[in-house]
Design a protein around this ligand. Structure first.
Ligand code: AVI
Length: 325
């Protein structure tokens, strides 16, 4: 799959408009092989399903990353300077960033700008943060961070672009590089990018993480069909598509698919799409890195690795990257 953009959307503030969703779905289903951008997982229901995934016993990345930030938050924030503005593309529920914001505190943190395509979810996160951290200036931006990012700071604060969760892995390498270039520009010469990436590991752990026993990941995957049924008048029979996820070692990525369990024709926005028995819709790639490959990717985006922190199992890494001239 080559999602032209990342997982959290296209169309900026209008990302929830039906038109781009409709066009992208029709184009993806007409392609060979059929493929959809993972950004369309994240409507309100999808964002909640993703939060549930993060709590699953099999889905180690969230806990691993949290353990890194918890263990090193002091050292981490010490690298950032006296006045910091935190921008978080694809912010979601903002669990990890709370640790950073609390450690920076009112003296050092000038502003927090969460950017996310799931607008209602974002508004709720911002509301909760304002209650929890009343001193914090929160400026939420509902939109697609692959298209729109806030302007560079003008008040002398340094910008930290915080991109946790290994969301970078949901981008094809060339798109990931382009995204990192934009993050570097936003950070500016004296700013930094703090990046969370999932590392290569025993494929059995990866397999379990994307095939949880409770079927939450399967529901998350099928949510794009639910959206098409609701928003585009499609007639997908959810039971006629299997959630199928596996690690592809040659490409270093987990792939998620929805596989047709019978020969069938589905109508989407009035257009018929034929499926063979066993034909797949490729819905997501989740690239896994090693430290060398992610450092090389960062360097190609003019970002130098300043420091890397790993969890004790070496499942996940948090990297501090600084723009190079
Ligand atoms: C958001 N992203 C980093 C998740 C991942 O692991 O690639 C999305 C996800 N897909 C299935 N489970 C979680």
């Amino acid at each position: 799959m080559t999602p032209p953009e990342g997982p959290h959307g296209s169309g900026g503030p209008g990302a929830h408009a039906v038109a781009p969703f409709r066009e992208d779905m029709l184009r993806g289903l007409a392609a060979t092989p059929k493929r959809l951008s993972p950004k369309y997982f994240y409507d309100q229901a999808g964002a909640l399903l993703f939060d549930a995934i993060c709590d699953l016993p099999e889905y180690y990345p969230t806990r691993a990353e949290l353990s890194i930030v918890e263990a090193h938050v002091h050292e981490l924030t010490a690298q950032l300077g006296d006045r910091v503005r935190v921008v978080e593309p694809g912010a979601g529920s903002g669990t990890k960033v709370r640790l950073l914001l609390k450690e920076l505190g009112p003296e050092r943190c000038t502003e927090y700008l969460p950017v996310d395509i799931a607008g209602e979810h974002l508004a709720e996160t911002a509301r909760q943060l304002r209650v929890e951290l009343p001193w914090l200036r929160v400026a939420p931006f509902a939109g697609d961070f692959t298209v729109h990012l806030p302007e560079a700071a003008t008040d002398g604060a340094r910008t930290l672009v915080y991109f946790p969760g290994s969301t970078l892995g949901n981008f094809e390498p060339a798109d990931a590089e382009r995204l990192l270039v934009r993050f570097g520009r936003l950070a500016g010469a004296d700013g930094a990018v703090l990046l969370g990436v999932d590392l290569k590991k025993d494929p059995r752990l990866l397999h379990a993480a994307y095939n949880d026993a409770q079927g939450v990941t399967a529901a998350f995957n099928r949510n794009v069909l639910v959206r098409m049924n609701r928003e585009l008048g499609a007639d997908f029979d959810l039971d006629a598509f299997a959630h199928y996820a596996f690690f592809e070692p040659r490409l270093g990525r987990v792939e998620m698919h929805l596989v047709s369990l019978r020969r069938q024709t589905v109508r989407v926005a009035g257009h018929p799409f034929d499926f063979e028995l066993g034909e797949s819709i490729h819905t997501e790639c989740s690239y896994k890195y090693d430290l060398r490959s992610i450092e090389r990717l960062a360097e190609s985006a003019k970002l130098a690795l300043s420091k890397a922190w790993l969890d004790e199992d070496h499942h996940f890494a948090v990297l501090l990257l600084r723009p190079t001239p």
